[in-house]
Design a protein around this ligand. Structure first.
Ligand SMILES: [Mn+2]
Length: 354
């Protein structure tokens, strides 16, 4: 089935199709995207669990970039998810490579071009041609999270009492990618959520959802607010050089909560590139597409209807070059949302209504 909502190369019995690819294999390398979010980490964790519980196949979870947000660090710590940075992994030590919550060719994962993954499980648009070449690919673009897809694998596996740490991770993965099932969540996400519910460790979940934060985090927050420019329903915050690109999405989510705001772009420089997050309250805006136009010829990006992000430029440690790429991204963003004449005043400099 290569329908408009995804591609998994043929209907039922997904686990039966997965089995011959992983069975009796020495070790599977499970890679998720750079600066992994809860959905990526939970999906990788669930696949690792499933491979062992079902076929006694061992695996290792690897990622690129940084584990950014406090929630993500808490997820890893409290659920004991072992994930290794790709720099410490030799891909050749593994007989099978799986990608979750990302695809080959997106530019947002650390898999080298020379390696073709055998397994790709994701919910992002577009579906890449290299994905379709993978022996096993399951891309469902009508799902709010990859965690929902992995939950269906668990359902299909017949495992009576799934590991509660895995269930908690998946539950949080769904919650976080769909903003508590309120954003781009469909009936499948709801069903997955319900299935997991009785197995969730809620006390642990609470620690993950409300983690302690570092002073650096507070500093990043202050910077995002200080640099935020607003006009009508648009906020743009150029945070300048930042310590952690994962903070951008979080800041963009926060700024989208400002009354009357419908569009937010947050950007910042990290290790020679400019990272950015785009958010909207418009339900069918397809900002994933807008982002792909923004990064045309200068980077990578993608996303969903209301959330998207990307990475552009190189050598942007040079302030001149940083400014040039940042301005180009902002100009293209404003063109996409038809707000070319945006000037912007400081959000914090604004008169407040009494
Ligand atoms: Mn996801």
């Amino acid at each position: 089935m290569n329908g408009k909502n995804g591609s998994n190369g043929g209907g039922e019995g997904l686990l039966e199709r997965l089995a011959p690819i992983v069975k009796r294999k020495r070790k599977v390398l499970i890679i998720t995207h750079d600066n992994p979010d809860p959905d990526g980490l939970a999906s990788a964790y669930a696949l690792k669990y499933l491979l062992y519980a079902k076929w006694r196949v061992g695996s290792l979870i690897a990622y690129g970039g940084l584990i950014g947000r406090a929630e993500n660090a808490a997820l890893i710590k409290h659920l004991k998810i072992e994930a290794r940075h790709i720099s410490g992994v030799n891909v050749r030590d593994f007989s099978v490579v799986a990608l979750v919550d990302t695809q080959p060719g997106t530019g947002n994962n650390p898999l080298s071009r020379a390696v073709e993954p055998e397994i790709v499980i994701d919910h992002h648009v577009p579906i890449y041609s290299r994905t379709l070449r993978a022996k096993f690919h399951d891309i469902r673009t009508d799902y709010g999270s990859t965690s929902s897809i992995l939950t269906e694998y668990l359902m299909e596996s017949g495992i009576e009492n799934p590991d509660r740490k895995v269930a908690t991770a998946l539950f949080y993965g769904i919650k976080s990618d769909t903003s508590d099932l309120g954003r781009e969540a469909g009936p499948k996400d709801m069903a997955a959520h319900l299935f997991l519910h009785p197995h969730v460790l809620f006390r642990v979940l609470s620690k993950i959802s409300h983690p302690r934060v570092s002073v650096d985090y507070v500093r990043a927050f202050a910077k995002a607010l200080n640099n935020a420019l607003i006009e009508d329903d648009v906020i743009v915050s150029d945070m300048g050089f930042i310590d952690n690109p994962a903070s951008l999405g979080e800041m963009a989510d926060f700024l989208l909560r400002v009354e009357g705001v419908r569009w937010v772009l947050c950007l910042g420089g990290f290790r020679g590139s400019i990272y950015f997050s785009l958010r909207t309250t418009r339900r069918h805006a397809n900002v994933g597409l807008a982002v792909r136009k923004m990064v045309q010829d200068i980077g990578y990006g993608g996303g969903h209807d209301t959330t998207a992000g990307g990475k552009a430029g190189n050598d942007t440690e040079e302030i001149e070059r940083y400014k040039m790429i940042a301005d180009l991204l902002i100009t293209r963003f404003l063109r996409e949302i038809k707000k070319r004449d945006f000037k912007g005043e400081r959000l914090l400099g604004r008169e407040t209504s009494a």
